[in-house]
Design a binder for this molecule. Structure first.
Ligand SMILES: [Fe+2]
Ligand SMILES: [Fe+2]
Length: 399
């Protein structure tokens, strides 16, 4: 029968249970289905082991009893039989599928998943609701832009501040820290809900959470640079942030947190960079602003894509903004301590003329935030008039 075999494998005294199966497998891969290969070898129980292995793998086997010939001839079975029968390919590496299956689980995109794999519960499993074409590029940019808080900021750079200005900085930092904490908790939660088939989105949310961890660190470090403790945390501020944390829907959360909240923060960080009374606050605001710009870009791109797949989403987004406004209507919004601190930072002194100028700069800040929100709402798909109305409903807490 060896004359029929397309090729042969020489195992010598290597047993099938000692790694010999790798050589047999390799030889079978090299021939087409239905083609026989001859296996030579003299390991004890070789024929028995080969028979069991072939049964499990779905190949036909004929045991030979000739002393001078092969131990067996194996005919390659169809890939559809044996252990990989019913195995499920998970699409292509480059492009995700419309719907990620529960049993694809943790397998990387384009892997072949063995039949019988367990179902995982990743609720965000459709391309329409999570995907953005820019995800891979945004993730690569984020990964390349990570900065080290210990070295990126000149923490020991000398500066001299009036006590009350230092207090104003500490109050603003106290406010920023709790906002950054909300901005960490939310993407961290959604990162664990996105089906891993949409790997780039999952990675993007994870690195966003890491960005926020760094923001919390640098704002805390600046606040405690010259003070033993942080400033005041208000009911209005925390209530506003709680409505963000309590929003369970990915798209609605993306609108409220990333497009409107972090979008407004981007303007605030620009303001702080411009009016910071010391070099460290300035550096911290600049670095955090760079990261926030990515978070906002992702939020806008995500919703723009989602709306293009499902235009009815616009109505739900508008409802979510209105609902949040109603919930927060009776809260104070931005605490007056933060507002006053921003005026003082922009004023730079206690002179009445300087305070007036500082107050006007904060009015410009509020107007700029509004314009930014309108611009982003239009990018997502709202018309100008609706965007203006929705922007006006955004929380006075900024985030
Ligand atoms: Fe942040
Ligand atoms: Fe952020």
């Amino acid at each position: 029968m060896t004359e029929h075999a397309a090729c042969s494998v020489e195992l010598g005294d290597l047993g099938i249970d000692q790694g010999g199966h790798l050589l047999v497998k390799r030889a079978l891969r090299a021939v087409s289905v239905g083609t026989p290969i001859a296996v030579y070898g003299n390991a004890p129980e070789l024929a028995v082991h080969l028979r069991g292995w072939c049964r499990a793998q779905g190949h036909d086997i004929e045991i030979a009893n000739r002393v001078d010939g092969p131990a067996a001839v194996i005919t390659r079975g169809s890939a559809e039989v044996g252990r990989w029968r019913g195995a499920d390919p998970t699409g292509t590496a480059a492009t995700p599928e419309e719907h990620a299956r529960a049993h694809w689980g943790l397998a990387g995109r384009s892997a072949t998943v063995e039949s019988g794999a367990p179902d995982f519960d990743f609720p965000l499993d459709t391309r329409a609701e999570v995907w953005v074409e820019e995800a891979a590029r945004l993730y690569a940019h984020a990964a390349a832009s990570q900065w080290n808080p210990a070295t990126a900021i000149a923490w020991d750079e000398p500066f001299d501040l009036h006590d009350e200005i230092e207090d104003a900085v500490v109050q603003v930092m106290t406010y920023l820290i709790e906002n950054e904490t909300a901005a960490l908790v939310i993407p961290a939660r959604f990162a664990s809900q996105v089906h891993p088939h949409f790997r780039e989105v999952m990675q993007l949310l994870a690195i966003q959470a890491a960005d926020e961890a760094r923001h919390i660190e640098v704002f805390t470090r600046r606040a405690l640079l010259r003070r033993p403790k942080l400033g005041l945390s208000t009911v209005g501020g925390q209530t506003s942030l709680k409505t963000l944390i309590d929003e369970p829907n990915f798209a609605l959360s993306s609108m409220l947190l990333s497009v409107l909240g972090e979008g407004s923060f981007l303007t605030l960080l620009g303001f702080l960079q411009q009016h910071a009374p010391d070099p460290i606050t300035r550096q911290v605001s600049r670095l955090v602003g760079q990261d926030e710009a990515r978070h906002v870009a992702f939020g806008v791109a995500h919703l723009k894509h989602h709306v293009s797949k499902d235009p009815t989403l616009l109505g739900r987004l508008a409802d979510a903004i209105e609902r949040r406004h109603d919930v927060l209507a009776n809260t104070a919004g931005l605490n007056e301590e933060v507002f006053d601190a921003l005026v003082l930072l922009a004023a730079g002194s206690w002179q009445p003329a300087a305070l007036h100028s500082g107050w006007e700069k904060v009015q410009v800040l509020l107007a700029d935030m509004g314009q930014g929100r309108i611009h982003r709402l239009c990018k997502v798909g709202f018309d100008g008039k609706t965007a203006e109305a929705l922007s006006a409903l955004h929380t006075r807490n900024f985030m």
